[in-house]
Design a protein around this ligand. Structure first.
Ligand code: KE4
Length: 422
């Protein structure tokens, strides 16, 4: 079943810490040997032992059109034939910027970088420079990449590994990071009052995806926006995951809340390395070389990633509608199966991403997500053995694509019904 993956893992652990290039891939949270991938095909992942799965990881979000969509492959091949990197501006960067702005008008200017981490880190530096203040408020269980200031009670792989501290991150780096529970506006009000005049920005995932998918409770985001305005603090939406996934215009369109800055990644690179931050012109004009806030990158605006991103966004509305429909059908099917089996689950779905919490009560925070994460490994393996590949951690989101069709949905729901019966 997994012999070749086991062999490759035995080799990779010799040279890669944990045998992987990113912690969550090591299956630490669910046990067993991580799957080594041979190839992806549309909604399917094929591992090196020729096992075939319906893929709900989709590289943790970028693949809104599934694996190796023809138009993206052709765009990347064509770009590569003219050169892989120039260290000079290209027209495609402006084209991608305009495509982003069509869907997210709050971004009046944008800077491309190479990862969500880099984009979040740069957005924090920019917010601090613009306001002249140092403190940053973030939410427990949210994940904004692994830059020092934001590695505090974070979600995703940090939560997966149960890391209580961040070795190598000096206290001085997180001294100005204030952590509050998600979905608790009073906690934000208290933090803003306690640190009046000291806070540069609140950064948050407007729909949490790194504790499982946890939407904002009704009224939360508009209230946060009001509080940031009252206290003259910037609001930064980290839409690396939610952007172009919870709606074509991201969470800011879905909930009609306009942030001052937005962080992007994943979908805008179609699976190639990319990140971006953007927002109000008066803020973005502070970014070097137009302004004094320094941020740079050898491969920023890389022509292959930007070409892939342009193709992804050119057909965004159609892709998103199909992917969101698949997510909705899977979510409904799991709910109906769980009802039939009287298994208490909370299925959360926001556009083309969803999660299943094994809890009788709604999950609105990281602590609540953590409290019901114990059942996840059993379900993960029961589904994997039925050809369904979920993220190997309860602190991740499940993603659908435009090519997850009725057949994949039906097979997924059938597998869930069997797994929930185990
Ligand atoms: P990257 O540096 O991994 O490109 O992006 C960091 C990041 C920032 N903000 C949000 C909301 C994110 O979800 C991420 C990265 N997401 C994780 C998965 N939850 C990346 C997967 C991994 O760490 O291997």
């Amino acid at each position: 079943m997994y012999n070749r993956s086991r062999q490759l893992f035995a080799e990779s652990v010799q040279v890669l810490p944990g045998g992987v290039s990113s912690p969550v891939r090591a299956f630490g949270s669910v046990g067993g040997t991580p799957l080594f991938v041979e190839r992806g095909e549309g909604p399917y992942l094929i591992d090196v032992d020729s096992n075939r799965y319906i893929d709900y990881v989709l590289s943790y979000g970028p693949l809104l059109m599934g694996h190796a969509p023809g138009v993206v492959v052709e765009a990347v091949q064509a770009a590569a034939r003219t050169g892989t990197s120039f260290g000079a501006p290209t027209e495609k960067e402006t084209v991608l910027a305009r495509l982003v702005m069509q869907h997210m008008p709050s971004l009046e200017m944008i800077r491309f970088v190479n990862s969500g981490t880099e984009a979040c880190m740069s957005a924090v530096r920019l917010a601090r420079a613009f306001t002249g203040r140092n403190k940053i408020i973030m939410c427990e269980g949210h994940y904004h990449g692994h830059s020092d200031a934001l590695l505090k009670q974070a979600g995703s792989g940090v939560a997966t590994l149960g890391l209580q501290s961040a070795p190598g991150v000096p206290a001085s780096a997180t001294r100005d990071t204030v952590v509050v529970p998600f979905n608790d506006a009073e906690a934000i009000r208290r933090a803003l009052t306690e640190h009046e005049g000291e806070v540069a920005a609140i950064i948050m995932e407007p729909v949490a995806g790194n504790m499982g998918v946890v939407p904002p409770v009704p009224g939360y985001l508009p209230l946060v926006r009001d509080l940031t305005r009252t206290h003259d603090v910037l609001l930064v939406f980290d839409e690396v995951m939610t952007g172009f996934r919870v709606s074509p215009g991201g969470a800011q369109a879905l909930f009609d809340v306009r942030p001052d800055l937005t962080v992007l990644g994943k979908v805008i690179g179609g699976g190639l390395p990319i990140g971006a931050y953007g927002g109000r012109r008066d803020i973005m004009e502070m970014v070097a070389p137009q302004g004094p806030v320094y941020q740079a990158g050898t491969l920023s605006g890389n022509p292959l990633a930007v070409s892939a991103g342009c193709v992804m966004l050119e057909s965004l509305r159609e892709s998103w509608a199909l992917a969101a429909n698949a997510a909705r059908q899977v979510a409904n099917g799991i709910n109906e199966a769980a009802d039939r089996l009287r298994v208490p689950v909370q299925v959360t779905q926001a556009g083309a991403m969803f999660s299943v919490f094994f809890s009788p009560e709604p999950v609105n925070s990281y602590q609540e997500a953590k409290a019901c994460s114990g059942a996840y490994p059993k379900i993960f393996w029961a589904l994997l053995q039925r050809g369904i590949y979920l993220p190997p951690s309860p602190f991740e989101a499940c993603f659908t694509s435009s090519v997850h069709g009725r057949e994949e949905v039906d097979r997924t729901v059938t597998a869930f019904e069997a797994a929930l019966s185990v």
